[in-house]
Design a protein. Structure first.
Ligand code: PEP
Ligand code: MG
Length: 534
């Protein structure tokens, strides 16, 4: 019996899977047979691109939600002749078609990989995928077929490969990868277990494997003992999930009968298609940065209006909180954000929006127009001083007047603020013009503990249940109760079942959570007895 091997990584998508290990084939083994003339080589490349585009179109037809966006990005890249004409120039200069294509794409990929932004780094894998799909067409090699139920092990995985496989019973183990990457996001959405960041290691060619989301590990050639521990944990996980799902469509209530409002966090408006509106009390945070990070540049008024309207149309009259663009910090946007030495303490969120009124006004107009389709609440990010709120309200009033002047239907929404800068939580009374508050525990924690949220080494500090953070949350909840102002929390802490009890103990009665955690959060709340709180 071989000795079991356990490799630790990070759980990108919770869950358990057991099956044969399936290692990714090495794409470098593909070889291209050069043609007799340079024109024939160029034609071979164009044909391969056409074939890859057709394959991508097929995948789009079968895909849903975010997957469609990723594939459409790839299709747009394939159809844009910048890459093909650069590669044809290199063929003319004497390179083989495969080498020329690889050279052009690798240069582009290197640009994405060196970005400071997780979003763009994660997008590099979309381009690698696109490069390899054209190479596969050029060399006549089919896409690799992964057996169903297998544990797929690779350095990273391309979205198209992920999307073209039925992962039922199987899972994904990546030596690299990131929890914020596209495949991680898609795997979470579909409930496919995935562990990333396993690091480099030699693995046996044939082995049975366990993917254990609780242990955050990949186990090869497991012993009987490890197998029974795994089975027990897997059973507990599926029972917890099954029980939690029973709570999803019920109102959230603590054991002592306190009603808790559960809202949902979204980014892409397409996400609402998979969330039953009856499961939530509305949208507590719609992040709009994704609209601003499109490859096509900053979004116009119509694109934004339609995105906001889509969510309001889905909401069945429940409140929808849309946050104005929160670019900067860990979310740079080309053509908008500035290069700074300390972006987390820089021109980000509302500071950046007010500094660029020509960009902010477009979003404001789209929001004012969308507001007629439901109960819209507009939330300003990273507010630090009351003047920022005053200035934003003035801009909303000016744009409303200009829309009224030309007879365009619109409505003034409630305007509230995120509480993510300590200055707001320390003296909330100064922000009495805010119609509501929503606590951004991710940023509030990083600013209270002076621990960057994207630095894994500081994870032991960046905890939302730190007593100092909880004390500030309590101050804001107390202000809300005293003044009759709505206070909610929309940071990741609201989805973390190990922190919810402490959050409710501060006096909070409203949480905005990840869609995949609605049932779990409600079932956790049902076990909390606020009368027993200190
Ligand atoms: C937060 O800071 O908690 C928050 C919800 O905003 P974001 O994570 O988008 O910065
Ligand atoms: Mg924030």
């Amino acid at each position: 019996m071989p000795t079991p091997l356990e490799f630790k990584g990070q759980t990108a998508s919770e869950g358990f899977a057991a099956g044969p290990l399936w290692m990714a084939r090495n794409e470098a083994k593909l070889s291209y047979q050069p043609k007799d003339t340079c024109e024939a080589d160029q034609q071979a490349l164009i044909d391969a691109i056409t074939q890859a585009s057709a394959r991508t179109t097929e995948l789009i037809a079968a895909a849903e939600g975010d997957a469609v966006d990723i594939l459409e990005f790839q299709l747009a890249m394939l159809e844009d002749d910048t890459f093909s004409s650069s590669a044809c120039d290199l063929i003319e200069a004497g390179l083989n078609a495969d080498v020329a294509w690889r050279e052009v794409l690798d240069a582009e990929i290197a640009g994405y990989e060196s970005s400071d932004d997780d979003y763009f780094r994660a997008r590099a894998v979309d381009l690698q995928d696109l490069r390899d799909r054209v190479l596969a067409a050029l060399t006549g090699t089919d896409m690799q077929t992964i057996p169903q139920g297998a544990i797929y092990l690779a350095d990273d995985i391309a979205p198209s490969l992920f999307l073209s496989h039925d992962w039922t019973g199987g899972g994904i183990a990546l030596r690299d990868g990131s929890v914020t990457g596209h495949v991680a996001m898609l795997a979470r959405q579909r409930g496919i277990p995935a562990i990333v960041g396993l690091g480099a290691f030699e693995s046996p060619e044939a082995a049975s494997a366990l993917l254990d989301g609780d242990r955050q590990s990949l186990i090869l050639a497991p012993s009987e003992d490890l197998i029974s521990q795994f089975k027990l944990a897997r059973q507990q996980f599926s029972e917890t999930r099954k029980n939690a799902e029973k709570f999803a469509d019920k109102p959230a209530r603590t054991a002592d009968g306190t009603a808790i409002r559960i809202l949902v966090n979204i980014a892409d408006p397409a996400e609402v298609e998979t969330i039953p509106v009856t499961h939530v009390d509305g949208v507590g945070l719609m992040r709009t940065e994704f609209l601003f990070a499109l490859a096509t540049g900053l979004p116009g008024e119509e694109v934004q209006y339609l995105a906001y309207k889509k969510v309001l149309d889905w909401s069945a009259g429940k409140p929808v909180t849309i946050r104005t663009v929160d670019a900067g910090g860990d979310k740079p946007v080309d053509g908008f954000t500035e290069t700074e030495t300390n972006p987390f303490l820089g021109v980000r969120g509302i500071r950046l929006a007010l500094k660029n009124p020509e960009i902010f006004r477009v979003q404001i107009r789209a929001l004012l127009r969308a507001a007629v389709h439901g109960q819209l609440k507009v939330m300003l990010p990273m507010v630090s001083v009351p003047q920022e709120l005053d200035e934003a309200i003035l801009l909303f009033e000016a744009e409303a007047a200009s829309l009224a002047g030309v007879g365009i239907v619109h409505r003034m929404p409630e305007i509230g603020i995120m509480v993510e800068v300590p200055s707001v939580a320390i003296l909330p009374d100064r922000f009495c013009r805010a119609a509501f508050f929503s606590i951004g525990s991710n940023d509030l924690t990083q600013y209270v503990l002076a621990a960057a949220r994207d630095n894994g080494q500081l994870a032991y500090l960046a905890k939302a249940d730190d007593p100092a953070v909880l004390a500030l949350i309590g101050k804001v909840a107390e202000y809300g109760a005293r003044q009759g102002v709505d206070v909610s929390l929309c940071g990741d802490a609201g989805s973390d079942t190990s922190v919810i009890e402490k959050l409710l103990a501060t006096g909070l009665t409203s949480l905005s959570v990840a869609a995949s955690r609605i049932g779990l959060v409600k079932s956790e709340i049902a076990q909390i007895d606020l009368r027993k709180m200190p």
